[in-house]
Design a protein. Structure first.
Length: 58
């Protein structure tokens, strides 16, 4: 998954929880937190890959 996909998944969990159950349940918050951490890791990887594939600028 890409960083954007992880972020969207986390947002869906929190939005769905609020709309259907009121307050965010702790287990859903934890799932969203994990997805957010994965989004950060994916963003770092995507940035590194992009940087490594671009020609060096001099």
């Amino acid at each position: 998954m890409t960083a954007a996909e992880y972020r969207d998944a986390a947002e869906r969990i929190l939005t769905k929880d609020r709309l259907s159950h009121g307050p965010i349940r702790p287990e859903d918050f934890r799932k969203a937190e994990i997805l957010a951490q994965l989004a950060v890791s994916a963003a770092i990887s995507e940035t590194t890959r992009t940087r490594d594939t671009e020609p060096a600028q001099r």
